[in-house]
Design a binder for this molecule. Sequence first.
Ligand code: BMA
Length: 349
Amino acid sequence: MNSDPNTNATADTNAPECHVETRTGLPLFTRHLNNPILTQSDWPYPINSVFNAGVVKLPDGDTLLLCRVEDRRGLSHLCAARSTNGVDNWRIDATPTLQANPREYPEEIWGIEDPRITYVPELDQYAVVYTSFARGGPGVSLAMTQDFKTFERYGVIMQPEDKDAALLPRRVNGLWALIHRPVTTLGAHMWISYSPDLRHWGGHKIIIEARRGGWWDANKIGLCSPPIETPSGWLTIYHGVRQTASGSIYRLGLALFDLDKPEICLQRGDSWIFGPEANYERNGDVKDVVFPCGQTIDDDGDTIHLYYGVADSAMALATGSIRSLLAWLAVNSSPSHGNTFQRDLVSGR
Ligand code: BMA
């Protein structure tokens, strides 16, 4: 058990690899010994790979992973897997749970990918925000559900090129808020947009930029799992993509956004907190990728179970503490690395 006086996190001190640590030397995230927890061989029908699942804890206590499943044509659909302990004995839907429907939604002609799930108490529904992939590139689509059996599709809510999106669980100043990652002439940065009805979106603002040059998160960043509401702000895990001579490395960083004005970045970590180190993260269809799209939080309000796709091939699990993440962020962030673009605009550079 963890003995970090700063937190009440549960941590396996035998855990290998992750070098970003709390003040007392424990890793911020500890990989589960059963990793990878879901693979192609678990599936009830033939597939290529299962990864980048949206996650939610259901009212009956089950953990539901809405997995991105790539079929053997290379196109993706979503399939639900449920487990009582969130680790094993997954009960996987016998057929795809949510499939692309290009006849009615042509933006899905090349499949649907990377769902993020947010429970919205006001609507008593889950918002599933996913990437729809077609000739115009990836876009952001929304479907609402109560039971992960039937879905009300809203279609595209952010036109291509855009992805890595999640809805905040409640209105902010009367409006729904969506974090997403459009690719524009400005680059691949994270934005927020607001809507009165989940269909019409505006008030678009950059919330954090990809850094430049040699940084681990230079040139391309994107939201991972849906932001977590804490008393200090919206705690947000994002990915940074480092381009190297032998391909990309997807790593994870932390940022904190203002509760009432989520376009304001309060803190942003300097270094990455988690990256591909284990063999199952380093090798697969796409090497060196860790890609979480969801998490569950225990009843203690602190223990976070992060579910992440590994190497675009399988699903893995790592556990940490929200209090430790916030404590780390407070002492490892530079206020100057929020949104330089807005400052450039003001200064005219
Ligand atoms: C991103 C997304 C993810 C994928 C990652 C690495 O752009 O497409 O689905 O896991 O690339 O290939």
